[in-house]
Write a protein that binds this ligand. Structure first.
Ligand code: ZN
Ligand code: ZN
Length: 385
């Protein structure tokens, strides 16, 4: 008997999960978990709602609500959707909770003491009228490359160009429409470059990885790692645990991946075996699997392993089976493409086993798969029934 830790990608709490999430990263780990339990293995399944970041604060401002209210509303909707889908988690947690915040702050202080975090000044948009720094989504303007209007200040969705503060033409604050300045601000950076050699040999030994995951990761390493800012000027997020940093939060990409560990700890406390997580995260015979969509590969194959190496003594990923996309009439399934594919709507019309069956036989595990309601009807009626 061996121990298996199944880590599931965290749905973002700014909308209801849809069929693309289920086929991409929720149903595969559930099937894998059931298989391992039947074999007699001990299985821990962790994940939850990713609740920080600017899309949630933008939604809250549009609604005249608070980020916490938006994030907790979608957490509740998605927790219920996952239960209705019969996806078996040990615990489906969330990032805006005391346990997660404590674990993230402990890791932050540990990495800081070890010299893997350092402070650096960077330029950032600042609105003199609103008197605050403006994260990427709070500044819009014209793309200097393709001329598209109303593009975000970090990247143009039309031509893919990424921007530094100051690049955007006719930049304006989305709150008050006035011209922002560019001012220096202090941030913490993760010294990702310190882990290059360790990461190269970690990836090198992974001959069992899917070729898309391995190739993507090797290319990132070949291009050379760069140190990345792990804090930003906003109040919604995990607070930086240092005096004088009250107006900054830890960046969501850096803390959400720590949710796998924090949820394992939270689950152990919840069931009255507070040491249990150590068997999974420190035991030499435990294998860690990460079920994610392909857009999440570098965060699980490079950044999270680097954080784990920095902390030390914790198990690294054994496998990262990233799925491709489920496509809907030629386009990627996403929230903006219509409500009919969100799970609460789908399960109000169809039986859960029909949905699970069709997504299992039409899973985008090696290439993008097409979803149509006509094919769903044919496969369920001709095969499952
Ligand atoms: Zn403003
Ligand atoms: Zn552009």
């Amino acid at each position: 008997m061996s121990k298996i830790c199944i880590n599931i990608a965290w749905p973002y709490a700014n909308g209801a999960i849809h069929l693309g999430h289920v086929a991409g990263s929720l149903l595969p780990p559930d099937i894998f978990g059931r298989y391992n339990r039947l074999k007699g293995n001990e299985v821990l399944v962790v994940g939850g709602s990713d609740q920080h970041g600017t899309p949630i604060t933008v939604t809250a401002e549009k609604e005249g609500s608070t980020p916490a209210a938006v994030a907790d509303r979608y957490h509740a909707i998605n927790k219920k959707a996952i239960e209705d889908l019969d996806i078996q988690y040990s615990l489906f947690s969330k990032t805006h909770g005391d346990n997660h915040i404590e674990v993230v702050q402990d890791i932050f202080m540990d990495l800081l003491k070890k010299g893997y975090l350092y402070e650096k000044k960077t330029d950032q948009y600042y609105c003199p009228k609103c008197r605050k720094f403006l994260p990427d989504r709070y500044v819009e303007g014209i793309c200097p490359k393709c001329g598209a209007k109303d593009v975000r200040s970090d990247q143009c969705d039309w031509c893919g160009t990424t921007f530094e503060p100051g690049d955007l033409l006719s930049a304006r604050c989305i709150h008050c429409s006035s011209d922002p300045d560019v001012r220096p601000t202090n941030h913490f950076f993760l010294k990702l470059t310190a882990f290059t050699e360790q990461l190269v040999s970690f990836v090198d030994s992974k001959d069992h990885w899917r070729s898309n995951v391995k190739t993507f990761t090797e290319n990132w390493l070949k291009d050379g790692l760069v140190d990345r800012a792990i804090t930003r000027d906003m109040s919604w997020g995990v607070p930086v645990p240092l005096p004088g940093w009250e107006e900054k939060a830890i960046y969501v990409w850096f803390e959400a991946v720590m949710g796998y560990l924090s949820t394992s700890i939270e689950y152990s406390k919840m069931i009255g075996k507070p040491e249990l997580w150590e068997e999974y995260w420190k035991g030499p015979d435990t294998k860690h699997y990460y079920f994610i969509g392909k857009d999440n590969i570098p965060f699980h194959s490079i950044i999270w392993p680097a954080i784990l190496m920095g902390v030390g003594g914790l198990n690294l990923p054994y496998d990262i089976p990233a799925n491709e996309y489920l496509m809907f009439r030629g386009g990627k399934l996403s929230k903006s493409r219509g409500g009919a594919i969100d799970i609460p709507s789908v399960l109000s019309k169809y039986d859960v086993d029909a949905v699970r069956y069709y997504l299992s036989v039409n899973m985008p595990d090696t290439h993008d798969a097409d979803f149509t309601w006509e094919d769903f009807r044919i496969k369920v009626n001709n095969e499952l029934v």
